[in-house]
Design a protein around this ligand. Structure first.
Ligand SMILES: Cc1cc2nc3c(=O)[nH]c(=O)nc-3n(C[C@H](O)[C@H](O)[C@H](O)COP(=O)(O)OP(=O)(O)OC[C@H]3O[C@@H](n4cnc5c(N)ncnc54)[C@H](O)[C@@H]3O)c2cc1C
Length: 310
């Protein structure tokens, strides 16, 4: 059963101390798949301290919450979410360069950081220049491309936990393929991180960024809403190859379709519902299992699906 209106309004009044608060916000506006039902509350925190304090407040009142970065790896259900979405990208996005290290707040855009580093002649982050993520989401997912990943740069991560502030070393973050400790500690919020790069030449860095971006533009269906690669690659085989072999290229359920350009991108071509997308995912999985004998694993994270649909 949903929270009572009065109860929500009391929480909203308190949350206003920490930033801008909105009610009944469609999650399709904050996910790159452009899918999802409404969230009862959305808080855009006004500073790093506000983020920490809001997190501690929500924990103390046992109010459900979820941090959403750019929402570029989320498949939100069509259901209403009776909790608070925390967003960081409006105000918690600063970074500070000290020699070859950078302290960056969790709401910073990965793409903007890649360009900012180029300007100060720091190399190594070119691979990330096309990933539509915030630093918090990229760290939690250990995002990666071209055989590099976030773990290659992280030296420390500052985290808000139910016991207060924690600073984790890279080892303590337990990074692995598209995973980290943060997925196993849902009550933790990444506040900021220290990353390390190497000195480089501005022209070389920009040339590599351009190359990476051209490759993405030529191989990915960026004209449609998506969450990037839907399934994990196998150690010895790309997921898109299995999907094509199973005859799923172009397969469609409602407004959701297996991209004609890149078979591991499931795209929202015509006002899809989250249920369309989930049914398409299930269909692709069963066809791949039947044809290739391989079990595809979702890379995209499902959020706010009731237990029966998990
Ligand atoms: C066109 C396109 C291309 C893509 N290319 C790549 C690619 O090359 N490589 C790759 O790895 N991924 C890629 N992705 C997927 C996606 O961008 C990454 O998974 C990214 O890391 C998600 O970041 P986000 O900020 O959008 O996180 P979200 O999708 O908003 O959230 C992801 C998870 O991180 C958690 N989270 C977010 N912020 C915090 C925080 N501050 N503290 C704790 N938890 C937090 C969320 O709660 C959620 O569980 C692509 C996606 C698209 C749409």
């Amino acid at each position: 059963m949903g929270r009572r209106h009065g109860e929500i309004m009391n929480i909203v009044e308190r949350l206003k101390e920490f930033g801008e608060v909105y009610t009944d916000v469609p999650l399709k506006h904050c996910t790159t798949l452009r899918l999802g039902g409404e969230a009862a509350m959305m808080l855009h925190v006004s500073s790093l301290t506000a983020l920490f304090s809001a997190h501690q407040y929500l924990l103390s009142k046992q109010i459900p919450y979820k941090v959403i970065g750019k929402g570029s790896n989320l498949l939100c259900s069509d259901d209403r979410y009776e909790g608070c979405i925390i967003r960081l990208d409006r105000k918690v996005h600063h970074h500070y360069v000290i020699n070859e290290s950078v302290w960056v707040e969790a709401g910073a855009s990965v793409v903007s950081l890649a360009f900012a580093l180029a300007k100060v002649h720091l190399a190594g982050f070119e691979w990330a220049s096309g990933i539509p993520a915030t630093m918090g989401g990229a760290i939690a997912n250990n995002a990666g491309a071209y055989h590099q990943c976030m773990a290659d740069h992280i030296s420390e991560v500052l985290v808000s936990t139910p016991k207060g502030l924690l600073t984790l070393s890279k080892e303590e973050c337990k990074f692995s393929y598209r995973d980290s400790i943060f997925h196993h500690q849902p009550d933790w919020v990444i506040l900021a991180a220290k990353l390390t790069f190497s000195k480089g030449n501005y022209r070389d860095i920009m040339d590599l960024i351009k190359l990476r971006q051209q490759r993405r533009m030529s191989s990915q269906p960026l004209e449609f809403p998506s969450a990037g690669s839907t399934f994990r690659n196998f150690e010895d085989l790309s997921a898109w190859k299995c999907i094509e072999e199973a005859g799923c290229k172009g397969l469609r359920v409602g407004g959701a379709q297996v991209s004609l350009k890149h078979s591991n991108f499931l795209v929202n071509v015509d006002d899809a519902s989250a249920m369309d997308m989930l049914q398409l995912i299930e269909e692709v999985k069963s066809k791949v299992l039947a044809t290739c004998g391989r079990e595809l694993i979702l890379e995209v994270e499902r959020f706010n699906w009731n237990k029966k649909m998990q």
